[in-house]
Design a protein around this ligand. Sequence first.
Ligand SMILES: C[S@@+](CC[C@H](N)C(=O)[O-])C[C@H]1O[C@@H](n2cnc3c(N)ncnc32)[C@H](O)[C@@H]1O
Length: 280
Amino acid sequence: MTDLEQVRSFWSENPLWTGESDYAAGSKEFFEEHRNVYIHDCFAGEFDLRFLPPPRSNGQNMRVLDLGCGIGFWTAEFAMRGLSHVVAADLTPAALENTQKRLNTYGIDADLREENAERLSFPDASFDHVNCQGVIHHTPDTEQAVAEISRILKPGGTASISVYYRNPILKLWPYIRWIGYPLAAIGGGLKGRGRENIFLEKDVNEIVRLYDGDKNPLGKCYSRGEFAAMLEKHFDVKETYLHFFPARALPFKIPHCLHKWLDGHIGFMVYASVVKPCVE
Ligand SMILES: C[S@@+](CC[C@H](N)C(=O)[O-])C[C@H]1O[C@@H](n2cnc3c(N)ncnc32)[C@H](O)[C@@H]1O
């Protein structure tokens, strides 16, 4: 079984977007390219407003935790959109260093904390909103991380959480994986992090693990029902929705309308907007 030290070691040596970019990690160009790829390539050009914390009576002073902040994409988006009490937390100092450089690049601010999502050091009921995108499927005890998010949220607090989604492509892969051969032959695949041959992989679980790099120790994917069932133990699930279709892996350009449709209907991640009940 994968332990947390293997997870920490992988993400310390391979922070998000390193190995994919030609720009120096931590440079302005590196962060701008990452934002561009995130929004234009993975989200088909749309920053979905459902990712923002719902408005509160304490307005922009609400306390927001960006849990598993990676290289600071969400932290920077929140700070640039006027939220003044954002805490960015990650398992690795490497992620926090990158996040700090990103914040410095844009002259914005957040509190940075080294934290393990499975055992957060924050007191109960200390945040209004938690943002946790693409993190809990990398930690060994995913259910414990969900319980911790609930613990540190105030009653009535909200969270936006996402994991890899077992979409129809992954479900059908054993029957359709032959399409991977021509796609790979004409240049399909993902650049860097040892993922060039991702289209040739037979095992669906391996594809999910490989997405973040060939040395990634852990990546899990969920059906919508499995994800909702895990969250419903602690939250009211208001909505689940899909995004994340990294079109750059294809060896040809696809029309924007098709990319948009794929993003919303067979995206590779499932997102949930949840509320912590006032009485558990
Ligand atoms: C795929 S990146 C996602 C980064 C960011 N949330 C985003 O959407 O750009 C996963 C991040 O989760 C962090 N992570 C993995 N397990 C964690 C844990 N148990 N506690 C905190 N962070 C964790 C990794 O260090 C890595 O930075």
